[in-house]
Ligand binder design. Structure first.
Ligand code: AMP
Length: 280
């Protein structure tokens, strides 16, 4: 695996590879890698000639200072994991290499920047737009792989690619889960043993509420989730919404959408976890 710290060097290297006909599959991450991240690298390896990963804890997408300060960082372990799955290229920069000037690209994501994660984490998607646009300019990927765990982010990135007029294809990959159903997340390692047990309720309740959604009982599903979370003083519901999976508009009747998705954000202690489940 070739490791770059400078985007200019990464860009030159990848440009040469493109000239000899290689296709590039890109997986941007914030490190503290787990099997969810690795599944994206594996997809990139299968579908393109060169799997490129970036590890960069992007300060501009954090609206909470503590979350940024305590975000897990395990660079040596990450490098080993990437080598094991056969990742070809890693870009691991310092902040100054990514944000070289005061000049910022700003993108507007309309409705997507008003709801759910955007509403609860003001400025979050501005930061995501900023960093992903810089990374895409450097990597110029044919395909870029994102996890459906961050469902709204996938939609934001698809919108970004349109605004940037890039040919990059955005591939949304399935959520990888722990054995008890908890969606894998770098933040899971910050949960105490007790919180980790509580967190496993999230996917369980999502399944239970989806049974109600299938019967078109959206209000009952919402009430059920509010009630379940309220039973545990260490948990706090940030949102639970039922939406059209194509637009993320909130719906009150499942017949209003072709595809229905329930999305949740919950605090378990200090740690904020997100998950979602499509109604199949
Ligand atoms: P992060 O390092 O959290 O910014 O995530 C980097 C990429 O990995 C994003 O596209 C995430 O959606 C994706 N990802 C994170 N957790 C999972 C998971 N459990 N399953 C699949 N993809 C994931």
């Amino acid at each position: 695996m070739v490791v770059f710290n400078k985007i200019s060097e990464l860009k030159n290297f990848l440009h040469q590879k493109k000239q000899i006909g290689h296709t590039i599959g890109f997986v941007p991450t914030m490190g503290a890698l787990h099997k969810g991240h690795l599944s994206l690298i594996e997809c990139a390896k299968m579908e393109t000639n060169l799997a490129v990963c970036s590890i960069f804890v992007n300060p501009t997408q954090f609206n909470n200072k503590n979350d940024l300060e305590f975000y897990p960082r395990t660079p040596e372990q990450d490098i080993e994991m990437l080598k094991k799955v056969g990742c070809d290229v890693l870009y691991m920069p310092e902040v100054a290499d990514v944000y070289k000037s005061e000049q910022k690209n700003t993108y507007s994501f309309g409705y997507l920047s008003e709801i759910l994660e955007a509403e609860k984490r003001p400025g979050h998607f501005d930061g995501v737009g900023q960093v992903v646009s810089i990374l895409f300019e450097g990597v110029n990927p044919d395909k870029a792989y994102f996890g459906k765990k961050d469902y709204q982010q996938v939609m934001v990135v698809k919108d970004l690619v349109k605004q940037m007029k890039l040919n990059t294809q955005i591939i949304a990959c399935p959520i990888v889960r722990e054995l008890d159903g908890l969606a894998m997340s770098s933040r899971n390692v910050r949960l105490s043993a007790e919180e980790r047990v509580l967190a496993a309720n999230i996917p369980k309740w999502m399944k239970e509420t989806n049974t109600l959604l299938k019967q078109n009982k959206i209000d009952d599903a919402k009430a059920y989730m509010v009630n379940q979370v309220s039973l545990f003083p260490k948990m706090k519901l940030d949102y639970y919404e039922v939406c059209d999976a194509d637009s993320l508009k909130s719906i009150s009747d499942i017949t209003q959408a072709n595809r229905v998705i329930a999305l949740i954000a919950v605090f378990v202690g200090e740690i904020r976890l997100i998950d979602n489940l499509e109604l199949l």
